[in-house]
Ligand binder design. Structure first.
Ligand code: SAM
Length: 220
C-alpha cells in the first residue's frame, strides 16, 4: 500500500507543536521543525489517524505504544543533536521517533525486539524516504556494539535500572536518555559521558512500556 495523503494534517500538526510541545518549554528549533514535518498519523493504523496529534500515546499493536508527542520531543531535545551524530534508539516501535531522529542526525540505528513492529516501521520509513535509518530485530539492552560509540542513545521503554551496556557504548560527551523505575512509573534520566565518568540529570516523571531483555525486565 502506498503512503496515503488523503487528509491534510499539517495545521493539526502545527497546533500539536505549538500547544503541546513549545508551550511546555521545548525550544530547540530543529526539534520543533522535525515534529512539524514528520506525518505522525502515518505511523498508526488508519482508524487512529484522527487521534495521532492528540496529547497522549496510542496503541500500535503487540501491546506496545507510540509515545506521547511531547515525550518524543523532550527526549529528542535532550540528545542535543546537531546533524552529524550516529544515534542509537532502543525500541523502534512504530518508527516515528526514528523518523524524527533521522531529520536531526546523520544516521539512526534502531533496535526493536518484536519483528512485526520492526517490519511495519521499515515499510513506512521506506515509503517516507527515510533512508538514514537501520533497524535491527534483537534485544536492545545489549546495544549495538559493532556501530558504537554513539553520540546519542535514547531508550524508549522503561528500564528497571540503567543498562551499563548502553553507558559503555556512549562516545565521550555523548548523551543517553532513558526512563528508569518500576513497571508503573519511571524517572526520565539523562547521562552525559565526561572525562571523569558520567554526569546524571533527572528530567522528571514518565510512564513507558517495559524494556524487556537481558539487562531489562524479564519476559512475562
Ligand atoms: N519509539 C517508539 C515509537 O516512536 O513508536 C515507541 C516505542 S514503545 C513506547 C517501546 C518499544 O520498545 C516497543 O515497541 C517494545 O517492543 C520495544 N522494546 C522493549 N524492550 C526492548 C528491547 N530490549 N529491545 C528492543 N526493543 C524493545
Amino acid at each position: 500500500m502506498a503512503v496515503s495523503h488523503k487528509v491534510d494534517y499539517s495545521k493539526t500538526r502545527q497546533r500539536m507543536v505549538d500547544e503541546q510541545i513549545a508551550s511546555r518549554g521545548v525550544t530547540d528549533i530543529r526539534v520543533l521543525n522535525a515534529m512539524n514535518k514528520v506525518p505522525r498519523h502515518l505511523f498508526v493504523e488508519e482508524a487512529l489517524h484522527g487521534q495521532a496529534y492528540n496529547d497522549y500515546p496510542l496503541p500500535i499493536g503487540e501491546k506496545q505504544t507510540i509515545s506521547q508527542p511531547y515525550m518524543v520531543a523532550l527526549m529528542t531535545e535532550a540528545l542535543e543533536l546537531k546533524g552529524d551524530e550516529r544515534v542509537l534508539e532502543i525500541g523502534t516501535g512504530s518508527g516515528y521517533q526514528a523518523a524524527i531522529l533521522a531529520e536531526l542526525a546523520e544516521w539512526v540505528y534502531s533496535i526493536e525486539r518484536i519483528r512485526s513492529l520492526a517490519n511495519k516501521a521499515r515499510k513506512i520509513l521506506f515509503e517516507l524516504h527515510c533512508y538514514n535509518i537501520e533497524i535491527r530485530v534483537s534485544d536492545g539492552t545489549h546495544g549495538w556494539k559493532e556501530n558504537a560509540p554513539f553520540q546519542a542513545i535514547t531508550v524508549t521503554a522503561g528500564a528497571p535500572e540503567i543498562p551499563q551496556t548502553l553507558l559503555d557504548q556512549l562516545a565521550m560527551g555523548g548523551r543517553l536518555v532513558v526512563p528508569v523505575g518500576n513497571a508503573f512509573s519511571q524517572t526520565l534520566v539523562r547521562f552525559i559521558r565526561t572525562k571523569g565518568g558520567f554526569k546524571r540529570e533527572n528530567m522528571g516523571g514518565c510512564h513507558f512500556v517495559k524494556l524487556i531483555g537481558k539487562y531489562g525486565w524479564q519476559e512475562e
